[in-house]
Design a protein. Structure first.
Length: 364
């Protein structure tokens, strides 16, 4: 039974930990949520800032594919501006085979610190994304040979030798992490899925209007003869659930502060000040703005329902895992999410509850 819940592993982990154990932890967590019937696990790719150590997510997906049973595994995401499209497509089709059709190719423009290190200007990131995306889609899901030439890659009669495993083709998804309409417009233009972050990263200038992002995609899809399906729209945000609201906040407060001030403030160089918010209440401010969910199972169900209403409806909620608390508390959060939150969202508890009410009423 689908939970309509997944995890998004940037992954972000506080410095000072053994890097080998950090990598192993990501695989352990994916194996755990697979057993809890989560639908998807997404692996990010980062090369700078110190907190995200996974620079080769395809290897993590390959390893996870051998340790899991039913969960779909995805790149979250391949930064197309610094990969040759042919190599992206080749790795994707190999992962389609290794996962036996459980792979999703997620793509995006990448983060600027990585681009800067690779000698790519910020203005080139979205241009390169738009250039490479249709080429990657054709190589992965098409049948034609491609000849293409840009100022950063070239192809001559290119076609993959390895056929894809999935008969209908791989799912391709594009990530939208800011207020720019570029990614939603590309999703609509090329008929891909969309992954949206519920709130701008700390220090970003504006709040994301998710409903507007979706409308951009729908408008572009209509113009280019595609149909955007809300069922394949993913929305990602940090989420933590504990037995009580008080316990949930106590679990994550210190880790949230380090994530905000040390990662985004110090490492990423963002202005993370929140005017009008008293010191020590930054977590509450982010939750109030819709950029995180923290609380009891009942709180979390209500918050997700409000998010569904605010967006007009989406398919999967991706739990962005920012390492705000201990692994044990994170594991407990995932268990509570699977046992008590997801069934309320999917309606899986309705029949057992109806059965109780029926038998009680019949006695009357």
């Amino acid at each position: 039974m689908h939970s309509r819940v997944g995890i998004f592993l940037s992954p972000v982990n506080e410095p000072g930990q053994d890097p080998h154990l950090v990598l192993s932890r990501q695989l352990d967590l994916v194996e755990k949520v697979d057993a809890l019937n989560f639908d998807e696990a997404w692996f990010g790719e980062h090369h700078t800032l110190g907190w995200g150590l996974v620079g080769a997510p395809e290897t993590m997906i390959a390893a996870a594919s051998q340790r899991t049973r039913q969960i779909k595994l995805a790149n979250g995401v391949v930064p197309l501006p610094w990969h040759h499209p042919f190599h992206v497509a080749s790795r994707a089709v190999h992962l389609d085979h290794l996962t036996r059709g459980r792979y999703i190719l997620g793509v995006g423009p990448g983060i600027f610190p990585d681009a800067q290190m690779l000698g790519i200007e910020a203005s080139e990131q979205r241009t390169r994304l738009a250039e490479a995306l249709p080429t990657v889609i054709e190589l992965v899901n098409g049948e034609e040979r491609i000849t293409d030439k840009t100022d950063w890659y070239g192809l001559r009669d290119a076609k993959l030798q390895l056929p894809r495993y999935t008969p209908g083709g791989l799912e391709v998804a594009i990530a939208s992490g800011g207020t720019s309409p570029t990614s939603p417009l590309l999703a609509g233009r090329h008929g891909t899925s969309l992954v949206s972050f519920a709130l701008s990263q700390p220090g970003a200038p504006k709040t994301i209007d998710l409903a507007r992002q979706w409308s951009y995609a729908e408008e572009a899809a209509e113009e280019h003869g595609h149909i955007m399906r809300r069922d394949s729209w993913r929305v990602a945000l940090p989420l933590h659930v504990a037995e009580t609201r008080e316990q949930a906040f106590a679990d994550v407060r210190e880790g949230f502060d380090r994530w905000l001030f040390d990662f985004f403030g110090r490492a990423a160089g963002r202005d993370v000040s929140t005017p009008g918010v008293p010191k020590g209440h930054e977590l509450e401010a982010r939750i109030e703005a819709g950029g995180a969910i923290v609380g009891s199972p009942e709180d979390v169900v209500e918050s997700i329902q409000r998010l569904q209403e605010r967006t007009g409806g989406f398919g999967n909620l991706l739990v962005y895992v920012p390492d705000w608390c201990s692994w044990e508390k994170t594991d407990r959060s995932m268990e509570l999410l699977a046992r008590y939150v997801a069934p309320r969202l999917t309606g899986a508890v309705a029949r057992p509850e109806e059965s109780i009410e029926h038998i009680v009423a019949s006695r009357g």
